[in-house]
Ligand binder design. Structure first.
Ligand code: FAD
Length: 424
């Protein structure tokens, strides 16, 4: 029996990063009988942004046997998204969707959520080497050697047959292998915090994420947690934030005060963490796999926070990649059958592309016009709900199969540039 608590012992798979992409992948590989270890740069719990899940996350948490551990944390149930612009409101309930699937999920403080997943996976026998940082990688068809800095400052080499890069914003292999590509999206910036004292109406508002359109050209998220804390953030071009003076907290308070629905709810809140800026977070990558490795989660492509797609894409990629790694490492005929480009890259890009259409049409005003129009048909609402629930691989949904064409067509219909016609 190999002692996997020794980071230099060889394993079948090394996973870089213990965020949701890493722990879900590790859980699935371990379940299939592979020896797997996680190498994580930080000590948990650690803060990370990305707190509003989509219902499709539940499918993968279930597949990885992680649902019960998360349920035990009593997180805030989320069963829809409420979009607000001036006096207009557009409420999407996940129960309305066309795709058969989960109609609810959670809103989670990520420090606690990620630690919950990590502890559950560790309790099954997957070692997590915290405060170990991957510095270098030699990868090939015959195995991988990773250079790791230990907490004591030493550099050791760890060997495995395969590497899964789940390093999120660390983008370990994209950087080391020069796979990074600029994002097709313009640079945006997020300014956010956690507050107490949110005047949320229980049930009516706690179980929704609020997305408020700010009249100055930004949007705000309001994500309530079950522990009484609420996550609040503003997203816009960096130039938008330059128009506000003072400290980061003063800027965020002034932005909130400029949007009436957010102001009414958050007027007397106390900031429970320093207001924090993230910018340039959108990223892309040349390819998602290579000899002896695969990228999952945010180490692949990250678009934009507006539709809360990050953890959903992270978990879907974990599920998909784990299945292929299991086949690849099984050897024999099954190994040669893995077509990584078709079975992994193309699959992930298909889902990312749907969200890409939604993100670009959010910022060019098409989707807000569709959302806040009374003219859309209930079937169209249901199709939108499925995408907002993360079911972006359901090609029976015309908003998935023909996303760009269909969204643009709907935009023209609500603007009166095309007759409505029968719903797709
Ligand atoms: P992470 O959760 O980032 O985990 C990666 C781990 O790898 C980290 O723990 C890190 O310490 C570790 N690591 C990094 N480098 C190294 C190294 N060299 N060696 C070892 N370990 C390493 N998503 C949503 O689903 N809902 C939202 O509401 C949402 N809001 C967002 C708001 C903003 C402003 C932004 C920018 C993103 C948002 N996201 C949201 C996206 C979300 O943050 C990510 O998609 C999600 O965290 C990805 O998970 P992951 O497991 O891929 O990476």
């Amino acid at each position: 029996m190999r002692d996997l608590t020794d980071p230099t012992a060889a394993t079948d798979v090394t996973v870089i990063g213990a965020g949701p992409a890493g722990t879900a992948t590790a859980a699935l590989l371990h379940k299939a009988g592979l020896s797997v270890r996680i190498v994580e740069r930080e000590r948990f719990p650690r803060f990370v942004i990305g707190e509003s899940l989509l219902p499709h996350c539940m499918d993968v948490l279930d597949e990885a046997d992680l649902l019960d551990a998360v349920k035990a944390r009593n997180y805030q149930v989320k069963n829809g998204a409420l979009f607000l612009r001036g006096n207009a409101r557009c409420d999407f309930s996940f129960a309305e969707q066309v795709t058969p699937g989960w109609a609810w999920t959670w809103q989670v403080p990520r420090a606690d959520f990620d630690k919950t997943l990590a502890d559950a996976v560790e309790a099954r026998g997957v070692p997590i080497h915290y405060e170990h940082t991957i510095l270098s990688a030699q990868l090939g068809d015959h195995g991988a050697a990773l250079g790791v800095r230990t907490p004591a400052g030493a550099t050791v080499e760890i060997r495995s047959r395969f590497v899964v890069d789940a390093s999120g914003y660390g983008r370990v292999l994209p950087r080391l292998l020069k796979l990074d590509r600029p994002s097709p999206l313009p640079e945006r910036m997020a300014l956010f915090t956690h507050v107490s004292g949110d005047r949320r109406a229980e049930h009516a508002e706690s179980n929704r994420i609020w997305i408020c359109v700010h009249p100055g050209g930004a949007w705000l998220w309001i994500i309530p947690f079950s522990n009484g804390i609420t996550s609040v953030g503003a997203v816009a071009s960096p130039a938008f934030f330059d128009g506000y003076a003072g400290s980061l907290e003063s800027k965020l308070r002034a932005i909130i005060a400029g949007e009436p629905s957010a102001a009414a709810r958050l007027e007397h809140t106390k900031f429970e963490m320093p207001a924090t800026v993230l910018r340039g977070y959108s990223a892309s990558v040349e390819r998602l796999h290579g000899p002896g490795y695969v990228l999952v989660g945010n180490a692949t492509e990250f678009l934009d926070p507006v539709f809360s797609s990050g953890v959903t894409l992270a978990l879907e990629s974990a599920s998909r990649a784990a299945g292929l790694v299991i086949r690849e490492l099984a050897g024999g005929a099954a190994a040669t059958a893995v077509d990584w480009t078709r079975e992994y890259d193309d699959h992930m890009r298909a889902g990312v592309d749907v969200f890409h259409t939604f993100v670009t049409r959010w910022y060019d005003g098409t989707l807000p016009d569709i959302f806040f129009s009374a003219a859309h048909h209930p079937r169209t609402r249901a199709q939108i709900c499925s995408v907002l629930a993360g079911y972006v691989w359901d090609r029976k949904n015309p908003l998935v199969a023909h996303h760009a064409r269909r969204v643009d067509q709907l935009g023209k219909i609500v603007r009166g540039e095309l007759p409505a016609g029968p719903p797709a």
